[in-house]
Design a protein around this ligand. Structure first.
Ligand SMILES: [Zn+2]
Length: 273
């Protein structure tokens, strides 16, 4: 009766690795078929991540293209991380995807109402609900306010950033791949977002949150009377997975090894790896 135990275990571990659903069309986005004949040491094909940095609203310094259209810092870091890590491949594009076939995840560092067509937005929704990963950093929640299904999918909308300084962060789930290098708490200097509806703790798994005991809670504009300020979370959307981290405003954060590991491992989790 071992099979009856599995759902219970999965319920206890909301971030655990359930088998990634195959797209209905069995398309190229599927994970490689179980290679029963392959040598066990054969590495899996790298996960393919569509990396989209686009500022339709506020343009962050880290998202600003270099001279002659060179990489922004966000793009440059994804390129460097890809080069140093066999587990994923970052495909960097400032254009919306023409197709998400063959991709395992979409990463957004974006603001405002992105100029994607209705078809492209429907494709993103179908991609995630069909088993793909959605990965957002920082301003990914300052995006697409006029598309409520996106807000529900990413987990909430930006509602001010009272802090831009060193803050204390609680690691609420210390055994997730995206957090296990962070201990039970840490300090970091960054701009910290609050989130509003549809953000709801009951709809997601909070990985990181602001520690009110070690953070200045007398700042102007603190929106949440309960001081429940989530910084990173996971969710499931249909058969897909969502990983969001609110960190990533300051350039030094993008160069911080703790952030690289947090984001890359979170992205790999969202891509079912
Ligand atoms: Zn910011």
């Amino acid at each position: 009766m071992r099979w009856t135990v599995a759902p219970l275990l999965l319920a206890l571990l909301p971030w655990s690795c359930t088998t990634r659903a195959e797209p209905a069309d069995g398309g190229a986005a599927a994970a490689p078929a179980a290679a029963e004949d392959a040598a066990p040491e054969e590495p899996a094909a790298p996960a393919r991540l569509f990396v989209h940095v686009f500022s339709a609203g506020f343009e962050h310094g880290v998202a600003k293209p270099g001279p002659d259209g060179a990489d922004s810092l966000v793009e440059a870091q994804w390129r460097a991380w890809d080069a140093a890590d066999d587990r994923f491949e970052a495909v960097i594009s400032r254009e919306p995807p023409a197709s998400l076939d063959g991709f395992d995840g979409v990463f957004l560092y974006t603001t405002g109402e992105l100029p994607w067509s209705d078809e492209q937005r429907a494709m993103l929704l179908d991609f995630v609900r069909g088993g793909g990963g959605l990965i957002g950093a920082h301003c990914a929640t300052d995006t697409w306010y006029e598309w409520p299904e996106y807000g529900a999918m990413i987990g909430g909308y930006f509602a001010g950033h009272p802090w831009n300084e060193e803050v204390g962060v609680k690691v609420e789930v210390p055994d997730h791949p995206a957090t296990r290098h962070l201990g039970v708490s840490f300090r970091i200097a960054d701009e910290i977002y609050q989130h509003k509806e549809p953000w709801d703790r009951s709809r997601l798994t909070v990985l990181l949150s602001l520690d009110p005991a070690t953070t200045d809670m007398d700042k102007d504009g603190i929106y949440r009377a309960d001081h429940d300020v989530a910084i990173s979370w996971l969710r499931h959307e249909g058969a897909g997975r969502v990983f969001y981290t609110g960190l990533g405003h300051r350039p030094e954060v993008w160069r911080d090894e703790r952030f690289r590991r947090h984001l890359v491992e979170g992205a790999l989790w969202a891509m079912g790896r």
